[in-house]
Design a protein around this ligand. Sequence first.
Ligand SMILES: [Zn+2]
Length: 213
Amino acid sequence: MPAHQEWVENNNQYAATFGEKGALPLAPAKKLAIVTCMDARINVYAELGINEGDSHIIRNAGGCAKDALRSIIISQRLLGTREIAVFHHTDCGMLTFNTPQLRKLVKDSDPSNPALNAVDEIDFLEFNQLEQSVKDDVTYLKENPLVLAETTVTGWVYEVGTGKVRSFLRFSFSFISNFVAWSISNLFFIDPSGGINWDSGYAFLYHQSKLLA
Ligand SMILES: [Zn+2]
């Protein structure tokens, strides 16, 4: 049965308990835009504890920042968001192919059709290293002149196998000073078994919730 045949009945139940959500303003309450993958296993609201009205959620294959730029500009300039969180995830399909392969797959599906050569104009923005892809997208946004300079940009990995998220934060003086202050005030000891890994200009924080507490 096609999926759409269930929608009317399902929606009747949803609309019956819609409550006050019809009064939510257009602009996101948390001034936040989340960029994440279209992967069917990801429930952004549930994994982060946010609700309708809180955040823009911009989804595409891979959660690629470059692909999301059009939406990010609208989000920032017209709807007031000032924070971007980039989420990539484990077991992402973007780790499994490259652009030449996909272009060939499309063209080989109907070699007699020259219109399919249009696929040669598309960069599918695949990546082969998950953590690096997050760092690259954070850097892309921080350095992009079309993104507001005051934007807070963070990078994250969502684990589809556990439901957990891990964050990457770019070094900055404010981050380091806040981290040191927090460490001293809490007698924080870095766990050598994997609590924190320092990696080429980024802090990879497994226990971000502690730092934000
Ligand atoms: Zn994905």
